[in-house]
Design a protein around this ligand. Structure first.
Ligand SMILES: [Zn+2]
Length: 184
């Protein structure tokens, strides 16, 4: 009888020890419920690659945890919802850390909010979304040198009736390497 080989793995988000089927190109951590989509089956990764596993897409509810996407490591510390005039606003406090040996470009435009109907919203930059709340805007484009961290707030303004569903982080234009933060 066919028996799937299980491969031991550490969850890239919470570090829990997992056993994942070698032929699988996706798995979910039973501890933190983060799901990972890989670009090939797990048994096609080398042992070294598995120790620093890079998923194509990470789907997570986990705030205050570091997530990898390509060269980037990002953390969403907090997500807040409120209102500015007649708009619903969603704020995310985001941080990047650069553990590579190159300089990374960290851009507000790497973040997109999707609602339950899959409409996409780009971040807003006007000071009315930040200053009255004492939240420091992340800014448009920042540079993180090796070992550097950058942190700030990004904001999305959406119609009041809209139901925000997920916050997506994209490594680059037309990329498939993403982290998706599923909103509760
Ligand atoms: Zn986990």
């Amino acid at each position: 009888m066919f028996r799937a080989a299980l491969i031991p793995l550490r969850c890239p988000t919470c570090g829990a020890n997992l056993q994942v089927a070698g032929q699988a190109n996706q798995f979910t951590c039973e501890h933190c419920e983060t799901a990972y989509l890989l670009d090939k089956p797990l048994d096609k990764f080398s042992t070294a690659e598995r120790e620093q596993l890079l998923a194509l897409t990470t789907y997570t509810h986990q705030l205050k945890q570091w997530h990898k996407a390509g060269l980037y490591e990002i953390c969403v510390h907090e997500i807040l919802q409120g209102q500015v005039k007649q708009e619903q606003v969603l704020w995310a406090n985001v941080e990047y850390r650069n553990r590579t040996h190159e300089t990374l470009s960290c851009r507000r435009g790497q973040w997109v909010l999707f609602d339950v109907e899959n409409y996409a919203y780009d971040p807003v930059s006007a000071s009315q979304y930040f200053e009255p709340f004492g939240r420091i805007s992340f800014g448009g484009d920042r540079i993180a040198a090796p070992n550097m961290h950058v942190r700030g707030w990004i904001a999305f303004a959406v119609p009041m009736a809209t139901l925000p569903h997920r916050l997506q982080f994209l490594t680059g234009y037309l990329t498939t390497k993403t982290v998706e933060f599923l909103l509760k």
